[in-house]
Design a protein around this ligand. Structure first.
Ligand SMILES: NC(=O)c1ccc[n+]([C@@H]2O[C@H](COP(=O)([O-])OP(=O)(O)OC[C@H]3O[C@@H](n4cnc5c(N)ncnc54)[C@H](OP(=O)(O)O)[C@@H]3O)[C@@H](O)[C@H]2O)c1
Length: 300
């Protein structure tokens, strides 16, 4: 005695579909087989009674035999059945459908993948364009007063006193970050008022009143990232490094040569373009002639 197995929920639905499909296919083939047998039998029977026993021999006009017509009709039906089971099922049956579906899905997936790649590319381009716009909005400026021989200072002091230059410096830098080397900071009596003073030093324990202390120029610029125009205000060592980061230079060129121990770096005309200049002559408040000159980095 066989005990009927209860269906369990662990049967894979895909397997069930396959079994159902196979059963359907067997039924189709069986029907065709029956059709073939029935047609053969019917044809044979019709031919015998029509031709051998002359049954309804005059039924058709022009001497046609009805058994031939019947055989032709049954043959056409059999052919159609054959095509349906063995040709159309193969080309348009379930397996073919599944294959086509897989093919279309694969094509679709490739399209989606391509679209995604294009979107990623577009997003990257957009982000870099935005970054470029942001960068262009920012104007890291070096501000200095240098003699014709690029002299900046001696014994940690400024060499000249030009009151309009001090005013110019004050006007431009007011409200902004002023980034300076430790030596420049120590050359001043105190932190510059109305500005965020940032001191660059390698001394980890360095502290200063009313100023922020960082340990690299990059850290100083990062600290000033919200400022659309942070100023690098010297001295010589910091200016040399600042050239790599600056977008513009506000230079007061003092038209004389001086003995010094600190110098401004050479301004390379291939990198920097003069965009503005204002000349000042000697007067009672200004012992030397000088020019305010603005440079912008080419392609900055
Ligand atoms: N004419 C002008 O417009 C002008 C403007 C500013 C200054 N100055 C003159 O310039 C002179 C001072 O310039 P200077 O070249 O001697 O010194 P500075 O550039 O003012 O400062 C140099 C110091 O900055 C720190 N530093 C530099 N690069 C650093 C880095 N990458 N990371 C961390 N810390 C760094 C170091 O401090 P630690 O030694 O503490 O590590 C270094 O000793 C003075 O005479 C001043 O009057 C002139």
């Amino acid at each position: 005695m066989f005990r009927k197995r209860k269906p369990t929920s662990t049967i894979d639905p895909q397997q069930v579909t396959l079994v159902e499909h196979a059963q359907q296919r067997i039924a189709q083939k069986r029907w065709f087989h029956n059709h073939l047998l029935a047609s053969l039998f019917l044809n044979f029977f019709a031919l015998i009674i029509n031709l051998a026993f002359d049954y309804m021999a005059d039924f058709m006009p022009f001497g046609l035999q009805w058994s031939y017509i019947l055989a032709t009709l049954l043959g056409i039906l059999l052919l159609l059945h054959f095509l349906r089971v063995f040709v159309f099922h193969t080309f348009m049956g379930k397996a073919w459908e599944t294959q086509q579906m897989d093919f279309l899905l694969e094509k679709q997936a490739l399209k989606v993948e391509k679209l995604k790649r294009n979107m990623d590319k577009e997003a990257t381009l957009k982000a870099s364009a935005e970054w470029e716009r942001e960068r262009q909005k920012k104007n890291i400026t070096m501000i200095a007063a240098a003699a014709e021989n690029n002299a900046l200072g001696k014994d940690n002091k400024l060499i000249w006193h030009l009151s309009d230059d001090l005013k110019h410096f004050k006007n431009l830098t007011k409200g902004h970050h002023v980034i300076m080397g430790r030596k420049t900071f120590e050359s001043m009596p105190k932190a510059l008022p109305n500005r965020t003073n940032v001191i660059v030093t390698r001394q980890k324990d360095y502290t200063a009143e009313d100023a922020q202390v960082v340990h690299s120029l990059e850290a100083a610029l990062a600290l000033a990232q919200e400022d659309e125009q942070p100023f690098i205000i010297g001295g010589g060592e910091i200016y040399r490094q600042g050239l790599n980061y600056a977008d513009s230079i506000e230079l007061t060129r003092v038209h004389a040569d001086f003995e010094a121990d600190t110098f401004f770096p050479e301004i390379d005309s291939k990198v920097w373009r003069e965009v503005w200049r204002e000349n000042r002559d000697v007067d009672e408040k200004h012992k030397y002639a000088f020019s305010f000159i603005r440079y912008e980095k080419i392609n900055a």
